[in-house]
Design a protein around this ligand. Structure first.
Ligand code: HEM
Length: 213
């Protein structure tokens, strides 16, 4: 009989709680951000971290399994739900970010004349391209496309996934690296969310380089 156990619900809940708890701890409890900013500004940070980790899980469980790490069946079966949920959370992150995107909220992304800095431009380019590539990846699971074998093979290939991950890594790197290099200003000594996500990216990228066939 087919094993129907699927751990997606538990993995998604735990990951989201971690993302939100980290954002609340770093910015409200140990940092200076007022609680009135929780429902949008801080929630957006927690959601983007949770989404990023879920997507890294989605890409990495299979390659890790190939490398000999034995996952419970329910974890492997959760991959599709993790990928779709991660993508939907990224969509929420993008919509929230569009609404917040002004110099008064993100001073470091803007020049004094109101245009984007070079680093912010590169970061947002990575984010938008990463988002569209993830969208394409999700579309590939639609049944009418899944009949086109060559297209699906390309879009689920190692090269395509590694490119998608690199685009999002560029989003994180250009937005954050200056702050990463200055631990003395980290709230409560906790690394910025962009750095936590970037570390997940590095681990996930290596796993995919080694274990994806
Ligand atoms: C249309 C596409 C996107 C836009 C406009 C966008 C916008 C932004 C903005 C404005 C920030 C700064 C947030 C802050 O510091 O409060 C940010 C951070 C972040 N984004 Fe995106 N993003 C996009 C796509 C993505 C994608 C595809 C991912 C991958 C899952 C992602 C993951 C993250 C993460 C993890 C952070 C770090 C949050 C932090 O350090 O505070 N973003 N994004």
């Amino acid at each position: 009989m087919e094993n129907k156990k699927n751990s997606a619900g538990t993995i998604i809940t735990v990951t989201l709680i971690f993302g939100l708890a980290y954002a609340v701890l770093r910015y409200h409890v140990l940092g200076p951000v007022p609680w009135k900013d929780f429902p949008f500004f801080i929630l957006n940070k927690g959601i983007s971290l949770g989404a990023f980790i879920l997507l890294t899980f989605n890409f990495s469980f299979g390659p890790l399994n190939n490398l000999g790490v034995k996952f419970p069946q329910g974890w492997l079966q959760a991959r599709k739900a993790l990928g779709m949920t991660g993508f939907l959370l990224v969509l929420i992150h993008a919509l929230m970010s569009f609404m917040l995107f002004k110099p008064t909220v993100y001073g470091k992304f803007f020049e004094e004349n109101g245009t984007l800095t070079l680093l912010a431009g590169l970061s947002m380019l990575g984010g938008v391209l990463g988002f569209v590539v993830l969208w394409g990846y999700n579309l590939s699971f639609q049944t009418h496309l899944s009949e086109d074998k060559a297209f699906i093979q390309f879009i689920t290939s190692r090269k395509f996934l590694l490119t998608a991950m690199l685009l999002v890594a560029a989003h994180l790197f250009f937005m954050g690296y200056k702050g990463w290099l200055n631990p003395s200003v980290w709230h409560g000594g906790l690394p910025p969310i962009s750095l936590v996500a970037f570390i997940c990216f590095v681990i996930g990228y290596i796993i995919n380089l080694l274990g994806r066939e």
